[in-house]
Design a protein around this ligand. Structure first.
Ligand code: ASC
Length: 155
């Protein structure tokens, strides 16, 4: 495969992923409640692994570059998982998800994209082995978490 056909496949895959969302998730969850439980589980893990990074940033845990990198890389995967679980109809039930997720999907997707980009920057900072870079990159990730909760989650 030459690099042009690889690029073509990548673009096609990105388009399929973009347009399949959020319907793609639907087939993966037998019930709406399962989707709600799934995304809450992901949020719990995101919080746990970002929390471990923040513990280092705040100085309550000593800096171990390999540990921070492992947590940042886990976050790199975790921040891809929850969004397909915001399936149609899952605004009702044991959830604090606000209707804006479904009524303003472009805004929601932009917030997700920003989070993913910031986590990418945190991964790069973690790979540098420089605590100051980790500190600079961690704050914006926390801001993305907060921004989404402010706009898309009931208090
Ligand atoms: C976390 C966590 C959040 C965000 C948010 C940032 O570690 O669990 O929800 O960061 O508190 O303001």
């Amino acid at each position: 495969m030459n690099r042009f056909s690889f690029l073509g496949i990548s673009v096609a895959a990105a388009l399929v992923a973009a347009f399949a969302w959020p319907l793609a998730g639907h087939a993966q969850f037998a019930k709406v409640e399962d989707a709600i439980k799934y995304r809450k589980a992901v949020m719990t893990l995101q919080s746990a692994h970002l929390g471990r990074v923040f513990a280092v940033v705040k100085g309550s845990v000593p800096y171990d570059a390999a540990q921070v990198q492992a947590n940042a890389d886990l976050l790199g995967t975790l921040v891809t998982l929850a969004w397909p679980a915001f399936v149609a109809g899952s605004d009702k039930g044991d959830t604090r998800a606000l209707p804006a997720i479904w009524s303003e999907p472009d805004k929601f997707k932009a917030a997700i994209a920003q989070l993913q980009e910031r986590v990418g920057a945190l991964q790069a900072a973690a790979r540098s082995g420089d605590l100051d870079q980790v500190k600079a990159a961690a704050g914006p990730v926390g801001q993305s978490c907060k921004g989404c909760h402010d706009n898309f989650r009931r208090d």
